[in-house]
Design a protein around this ligand. Sequence first.
Ligand SMILES: [Zn+2]
Length: 109
Amino acid sequence: MENSSVTSHLLGEPVCYCGQISATRTSWTKNNPSRRFQGCTLYGRLDPCDYFSWIDPPPHPRYKIVINGLLRKSNNNENGKMKTRRLVKLNQIALGCIVLSVLIHKRVI
Ligand SMILES: [Zn+2]
């Protein structure tokens, strides 16, 4: 006989050991990229239960390689964009300082 907490459903949604409708989340680990699972709604808060169930089957090894490669590229692009934004701000500040110093210099002379 199956565990009634795991198999009980409320309106078709699985219920965790706490009696809460379980939360659907997506794993982004290297071994399970983009793989959905269900767990306790209270996870990350006070006293969650240990209910856990995969929704999707294990990813194919080729899928893992492709998704992890795309994630790496996406993260690199985000880091590059942040560096570019920082450089633009620094350039704007430097330009403002140059303009200000030129104006001050002209006034003094
Ligand atoms: Zn729970």
